[in-house]
Design a protein around this ligand. Structure first.
Ligand code: F6R
Length: 245
């Protein structure tokens, strides 16, 4: 695993965007796996800037988001559909038919949707470059501690810590959905290349355990140690502490 420690969040965002931009320039038909959350916001902003300022062309790129809440309609202000359109898709001219996000709308058959989503990834030829954040409890996508490393796209219960962290985006923590559809760790590990992003001191413990600790299903992100092409981009605050600790 390559680990790049950047001085700050802005540099992390620019480096992540540059890696994606290089990959898209090299392979315009790239299939991307994309996260939501606070960490990739700067990366999306920079990619939008590259699209408008440097003519970075996303018109042939396909995207698969990693997860979506269950029980929120796509147009709900807190759905990951809304997040992605607001921060990225609406600004970079990706054809709608190239965009894939699990459907967690109320009443959806989550088993069928999970199978459909997993098949759509396979039919697209798999994910070339998957970007993933990390939860403070070590989750990747919404694979919470205890998730099998062989898991595929499925419905999951969100950990209490995950819902508490998401509470800042909702009126109250009670309104955070209890479940989500997420790609599995097995799905993630099949991606050809993985970019792990972590920012802020709240992530440093999880990052240390994920990158340097034992590989264990108690720490989902440690599964990435078994992948042959992972680049972790950390800002200084998220980097495992060294001499001063
Ligand atoms: C979101 C996702 C999550 C987040 C993680 C970190 O699509 O898959 O695993 O990446 O919860 O979230 P932030 O970036 O908000 O700290």
């Amino acid at each position: 695993m390559r680990v790049l420690v950047t001085p700050d969040y802005r540099t992390l965002s620019c480096q992540a965007a540059e890696i994606i931009a290089d990959a898209v320039r090299f392979e315009p038909r790239l299939t991307l796996g994309l996260p939501t959350g606070s960490t990739p916001l700067g990366m999306y902003e920079e990619l939008v800037r590259k699209h408008s300022g440097e003519n970075l062309d996303f018109s042939r790129v396909k995207t698969f988001n990693l997860d979506e809440y269950i029980g929120l309609a796509p147009n709900h202000p807190r759905s990951y559909h809304t997040y992605m359109h607001l921060h990225f898709f609406d600004h970079v001219h990706i054809p709608m038919k190239h965009i894939h996000i699990p459907d967690g709308a109320p009443g959806i058959d989550t088993d069928l949707e999970s199978i459909r989503y997993e098949q759509a990834i396979q039919q697209a030829g798999g994910i070339d470059l998957l970007v993933v954040g990390i939860g403070s409890n070590g989750h990747i996508a919404f694979n919470e501690p205890g998730s099998s490393f062989a898991s595929r796209t499925r419905m999951v219960d969100l950990a209490r810590e995950t819902r508490a962290n998401a509470g800042r985006y909702f009126v109250s923590e009670d309104e955070v959905p209890r479940r989500a559809i997420t790609v599995g760790i097995g799905t993630i590990l099949e991606s050809r290349r993985i970019l792990l992003l972590a920012s802020g001191s709240g992530k440093s413990d999880a990052v240390a355990r994920a990158l340097q600790g034992p590989v264990s299903e108690d720490m989902p992100a440690s599964a990435l140690q078994g992948h042959s092409d992972v680049t972790a981009i950390l800002d200084a605050a998220a980097a495992p502490c060294r001499d001063e600790c």
